[in-house]
Design a protein around this ligand. Structure first.
Ligand code: SF4
Length: 478
């Protein structure tokens, strides 16, 4: 360390390096920088200045031209301390908005009070040395950053692989369940929920960029926030608990504001899911729940290490339909799980009929390397697993088509995925992209209506359902 004041920049003027970094853009906030102390302190100054510059801040060579002044101090010998305190005093006098960093910032007086704060109580904040992130945080709090170098070269909603009108919003990573057929917790770890403010920022950016439908996804969406003990976060200065229902309410408010849809995927039937049903009944989020139930027989669910049984799932579904009669329920199941008896499989078929699941997916069980289910006795032959999957899908499709037929005659709002003058492929609240059926909108007779249809890609349309075709609905434009 070289504590000699000769190494320091003059406290009378913000530093040479700041001047060198200065550029023109008039509107950007300007920061004055006084760099004192040894070469290590100088490197700290360079790091802070580089980050500030990358974020779009300009530097000022005069106190008068600066919106804020940072003083990087030295605290090694008495002369250096005196010089640093003088520099802070001068910056306060000349400018008034001062952040202090560096070695002196870490020093206390004999009573244990921070030395800088004691002498200069009006400074905005004080940090110690090597505190680039802390200093940046204090700068952001006092002088909002002009842009973020990590995201501002991107479109507002980020780079998306989905069409422009819908986007997936991932709210957490990992999973706290331990389903015996699944290796996701081993691969991706335990549940880690994203901060609620960050999720809502992303949702808002997507909606502002023109997204019309947000698809909320994770491994276990309704468990959101449980890993954080539902701690209170912040969004736009408002406290908000990191919790599924609070997040969905906030997303509903954003969707109202932007005339957009919110669709929920991978919802396990926890009791607190009921809290979002009123939002569905009011049409503020889509009345659609994607609930991966996997099976209905209690013994199979136990071997799968899944909570809840078929009867409880039936009760939940009945309660949801009572709260929101139009709700569409999607689920996925596994046929031919190790040890699945004829009777257990029949229970599954019976469940799908009774639950009247609207949209169903089914996999024939297939062992995944590393999954606990591989150790279970009673593995079924491949052909039997596949035969059960086919049988299950026949039953599920009958149910699904019956449910679809009830929708003939309904007027619906649909979101158009693709359109031309000869027709459009769209979806209503009951169809998620890629996994469910579609609403096929016929070309209208009038030329002007055909033109309107052709221009409706990525937009909402009102249609009337006139028939069904397999898993799809046939509709006419209103
Ligand atoms: S199947 Fe889903 S809930 Fe079960 S462990 Fe895997 S990710 Fe978690």
């Amino acid at each position: 360390m070289n504590p000699h004041p000769a190494d320091a920049q003059s406290p009378r003027q913000p530093s040479q390096s700041a001047q060198a970094a200065q550029a023109d853009p008039a509107a950007a906030p300007r920061i004055g920088f006084v760099s004192l102390g040894c070469p290590k302190a100088l490197v700290d100054s360079e790091r802070i200045l580089s980050r500030l510059r990358a974020e779009g801040y300009q530097t000022s060579s005069s106190y008068a031209g600066a919106d804020l002044v940072i003083v990087n101090t030295c605290g090694f010998i008495d002369d250096a301390v005196r010089e640093s305190l003088d520099a802070i005093g001068e910056a306060l006098h000349q400018n008034g908005r001062v952040l202090v960093t560096g070695c002196l910032g870490a020093r206390s007086d004999p009573q244990g009070d921070n030395l800088v704060r004691k002498v200069h109580p009006k400074v905005l904040a004080v940090t110690g040395p090597q505190a680039t992130e802390e200093v940046l945080g204090h700068v952001h709090a006092s002088l909002p950053k002009p842009h973020d170098p990590f995201v501002d070269l991107l479109p507002p909603g980020g780079l998306k692989l989905t069409p422009r009108h819908y986007a997936y919003l991932k709210i957490s990573e990992g999973c706290n369940q331990s389903c015996s057929f699944c290796i996701i917790p081993g691969m991706r770890g335990k549940l880690v929920s994203r901060p609620i403010g960050e999720v809502l920022d992303e949702a808002q950016a997507l909606l502002r960029a023109g997204v019309r439908e947000l698809l909320v996804v994770s491994q276990d969406t309704a468990a959101y926030g449980s890993d954080l003990k539902y701690r209170t976060g912040f969004w736009q200065g408002r406290p908000l608990r990191t919790r599924f229902a609070e997040l969905v309410r906030a997303l509903a408010a954003l969707a109202d504001e932007h005339d957009a849809w919110v669709r929920l995927h991978y919802i396990y039937p926890y009791p607190h899911v009921d809290e979002v049903l009123p939002l569905m009944a009011q049409g503020r989020i889509l009345p659609y729940l994607d609930v991966p139930l996997q099976h209905a027989h209690a013994q199979v669910l136990r071997r799968m290490r899944r909570p809840a049984g078929g009867e409880r799932a039936l009760e939940r579904i009945a309660a949801w339909r009572q709260a929101c009669p139009q709700i569409a329920i999607r689920s996925t199941f596994i046929a031919g799980f190790p040890g699945e008896t004829d009777e257990e499989f029949e229970t599954l078929l019976d469940f799908v009929r009774r639950a009247e699941i609207d949209r169903v997916g089914c996999f024939a069980y297939s062992p995944v390397q590393g999954a606990a289910a591989n150790e279970l006795p009673g593995a079924l032959p491949d052909a039997l697993r596949e035969a059960r999957r086919e049988r299950f899908m026949q039953v599920a499709e009958q149910v699904s088509v019956q449910r679809l037929r009830r929708r003939v005659g309904q007027e619906l709002q649909v979101l158009v995925d693709s359109a031309s003058r000869s027709g459009a492929v769209a979806r209503s609240y009951a169809e998620a992209p890629e996994i469910d059926g579609k609403v096929l909108v016929a070309a209208p007779e009038r030329a002007s209506a055909r033109m309107r249809l052709a221009q409706s890609g990525g937009q909402f349309l009102r249609v009337r359902v006139v028939g069904t075709q397999g898993h799809d609905l046939l509709a006419q434009m209103l």
